[in-house]
Design a protein around this ligand. Structure first.
Ligand code: 2HA
Ligand code: ZN
Length: 276
């Protein structure tokens, strides 16, 4: 057995493979991170000790995440292509550990030909910190992609949570059941830094989806399937929205009453800020 045969590594590779088949990961676009369970990390350390580099070389994260002190993550590398993750995970991925203050990280495994974690690592970690708290540790996957139609919508819709939520809820009947809290939207911001990390993680307190205008989408989930499925649902709804608008706009619609009936039938609470 190799380190890359571990279930959490295989599940990570599975998402990267599924994602590569979509049109969401041009070149090195997009990135993925997983907060490794204590027992998974204990087993990894026990079984693969010789493969782990305990170099003690710490690098500043650029944001402060004390909630994630000593946690370990599996994460894509900066500049690496999603489509190459499966063929050489040891070159394109890293297992990193956060220090006890939540200020620095060190690479324990991977990035064999050099590199560092994704340029969006600050946003990933701040989202993980929020989700660890708000989901009682349930959410472990943060996924960023550049899905075509969702990005296209950010050029024509007003950039606010309510407009995007209402537009996407109304495109597939199951959308309000899959993301009853709605989605968050940020205006264009500089990627890769502290400011966009803070703004995104602030919206992640309420939402599991945050759209970055003219750039892409961040999703959070308990599992790889959940995070990927959410991205897929958002993008499919956006694709329908683009088609409907291209055909001259809605002539029929899911009504507010339909939405409220759905919520009752499926026992979900729709975010009241998005309702009339
Ligand atoms: O290249 O998607 O946002 C990775 C990115 C940066
Ligand atoms: Zn991006």
């Amino acid at each position: 057995m190799n380190l890359t045969d571990l279930t959490f590594v295989q599940d990570f590779i599975g998402l990267a493979a599924d994602a590569s088949e979509k049109e969401w990961h041009e070149r090195n676009g997009g990135n993925l991170s997983y907060r490794i369970r204590t027992e998974e990390m204990d087993f990894t350390r026990l079984r693969f000790a010789p493969e782990l580099k305990e170099t003690g070389e710490w690098t500043r994260i650029g944001v402060s995440v004390p909630e994630l002190a000593a946690e370990c993550f599996l994460v894509t590398g900066s500049g690496k292509f999603m489509q190459h993750v499966g063929e050489s995970p040891e070159e394109n991925l890293a297992i990193v550990q956060i220090d006890t203050r939540g200020e620095n990280y060190c690479v324990l495994w991977g990035l064999e030909k050099g590199g560092r974690p994704t340029s969006e690592f600050p946003t990933h970690l701040m989202n993980h910190a929020v989700k660890k708290r708000t989901t009682d540790g349930l959410h472990r996957v943060i996924y960023h992609a550049h899905p075509v139609d969702t990005i296209a919508l950010t050029f024509v819709l007003p950039l606010n949570n309510r407009t995007f939520t209402r537009e996407l809820w109304s495109m597939i009947t199951e959308c309000p059941i899959i993301f009853p809290e709605g989605i968050g939207v940020l205006p264009w911001m500089m990627p890769g830094g502290r400011e966009i990390a803070e703004a995104t993680s602030d919206l992640m307190k309420t939402f599991n989806v945050v759209v970055w205008a003219h750039h892409g989408v961040f999703c959070s989930g308990a599992t790889f399937d959940e995070a990927f499925g959410l991205m897929d649902t958002i993008e499919k709804a956006a694709e329908i929205a683009v088609k409907v608008r291209s055909m001259g706009g809605k002539k029929n619609d899911i009504t507010m009453k339909n939405l409220k009936d759905l919520a009752k039938e499926f026992d979900v609470t729709l975010n009241p800020d998005m309702l009339d």
